[in-house]
Design a protein around this ligand. Structure first.
Ligand code: NDP
Length: 315
């Protein structure tokens, strides 16, 4: 099969189209013929080596497609069924083998493009707002990089709950990227330099090094700092005493794998997202669909900060 292979970690040029063997199907697994693969920031961490993977490997943590074959012990799924998944490496390819419990059936009302676009970033936005800190109406949250993939969805979910959203972005007022954050419902939007709110209940921070300190200063006593990503670099070490000095704060560093750890949890989160897409209460912004061979360009665009919403690769 054709796949993007990384033989050596480094820049986007390391994403090269090649030929590799079809992955072997185990008894509790399914073989998925991938139609669309999602591009996520985590793919850049794998590519650079920030998150270690043994080489050579196929990057990509998210896709939608159809089931091509079932392992012997798999029940409840069918060959030809439309499915989507996230958090399994190897989606920049024509086929992937994944654990059957991670294959989520895609309802007819949701396109495979939207399914691939929402699995990883959407479930992340869902667990951040529904589980890590269960947002309530009237609370105030900060969403850093509110025009990004997770950011646009998280902003919409927070507004759906009835919370106030203070967002940050490098985009300038009047730009398409800025207007998307406004459309998502952000109540206030700041540049990173002008971000100085006080008394917020929770900070959702996928930007990391550049925003972590300002986020701690923005929280009310007993508020929560949710540092969930490193778009600007990893957060430096922090002393627990700082949390006490700034108001008995909570600090957590969550990851989707621990919040979509069972099939029930996966179906709950993806089911909510698919239903909201189908009823129009959640929209997705697909910025660009690239041919699989242009994965390097997709990474360059994502890292350049020019994009908003979702980038996809199509077979
Ligand atoms: P995005 O589409 O949001 O892209 C990242 C955004 O971060 C950019 O658009 C940019 O927006 C902003 N940014 C701020 N500083 C920088 C910088 N120095 N370099 C590049 N971008 C920067 O990506 P994703 O939605 O895929 O991911 C967002 C974050 O969430 C990432 O850190 C990712 O790792 C994390 N994540 C974590 C998960 C988890 O479970 N822990 C799961 C999914 C994602 P702007 O220009 O407006 O500042």
């Amino acid at each position: 099969m054709k796949a993007i292979l990384i033989h050596q970690t480094g820049g986007p040029e390391q994403l090269q189209l090649g030929e590799t063997a079809l992955p072997k199907l185990g008894p509790k697994q399914v073989l998925v013929k991938i139609a669309v693969s999602g591009v996520n920031f985590i793919d850049t961490y794998h590519r650079t080596g920030l998150y270690h993977q043994p080489t050579p490997f196929i990057p990509g943590m998210e896709a939608a497609g159809t089931i091509e074959a079932l392992g012997e012990e798999v029940s409840g799924l069918q060959v030809g069924q439309r499915v989507a998944y996230a958090m399994n490496i190897g989606s920049y390819a024509e086929y992937a083998v994944i654990p059957a419990w991670q294959a989520v059936p895609v309802p007819d009302a949701v396109s495979l493009e939207n399914a691939a676009a929402v699995m990883l970033q959407g479930m992340t936005a869902h667990y951040l707002s529904h589980s890590t800190w269960k947002l309530e109406a009237g609370q105030t949250c900060v969403v850093h990089a509110c025009s990004g993939g997770v950011g646009l969805i998280l902003t919409q979910l927070a507004k759906k709950i009835g919370a106030k959203v203070i967002g940050t972005t490098s985009a300038q007022p009047g730009s398409v990227k800025y207007e998307l954050a406004q459309k998502a419902g952000a109540d206030e939007i700041y540049s990173y330099e002008n971000f100085k709110p006080k008394g917020v209940d929770v900070v959702y921070d996928g930007v990391g090094a550049a925003t972590f300190q300002a986020g701690l200063n923005a929280l009310r006593p007993r508020g929560m700092m949710v540092t969930f990503g490193n778009a600007s670099g990893p957060v430096p070490d922090v002393s627990p005493l700082v949390l006490s000095q700034k108001g008995s704060l909570f600090l957590t560093r969550p990851t989707l794998a621990h919040y979509a750890a069972t099939r029930d949890e996966l179906l709950w989160r993806s089911g909510d997202l698919f239903r909201w897409i189908a009823d129009g209460s959640l929209w997705l912004h697909i910025e660009k669909i690239y041919p699989m061979a242009e994965a390097a360009e997709a990474h360059r665009d994502l890292e350049s900060r020019k994009t908003s919403g979702k980038l996809l690769l199509k077979n």
